[in-house]
Write a new protein. Structure first.
Length: 101
């Protein structure tokens, strides 16, 4: 996924890609049907789950700081700017794990 595609990810599309990453990490198959059904029931709304932020920062050793009115999520290998801290962290996880969609 290139930088312009990554910067455009928001809402449900971002949630879907994070869902696919979670499935891959858990060695499970990602299912469009399961995602859609779960999303309607309030599951898989990763981009709105602020409780997830601290776990992701620790798990992936991500640094987070506010610069010039945006949030910068970074590791030693890469970085991502976004309007919200959780959005920046989720996009960095996607970028660092080279997910292709």
């Amino acid at each position: 996924m290139d930088t312009s595609e990554l910067s455009q990810l928001k809402g449900k599309r971002l949630d879907y890609i994070v869902y696919c990453h979670a499935c891959k990490t858990l060695k499970q198959s990602a299912s469009d049907k399961q995602f859609e059904e779960g999303y309607k029931k309030g599951l898989f709304h990763f981009s709105q789950d602020k409780h997830l932020l601290a776990d992701l920062l620790e798990l992936y050793q991500i640094n987070l700081q506010r610069l010039a009115g945006e949030w910068l999520a970074s590791t030693t290998n890469s970085s991502v700017f976004a309007a919200e801290p959780l959005e920046a962290v989720l996009k960095l996880v996607i970028k660092d794990h080279s997910l292709r969609f």
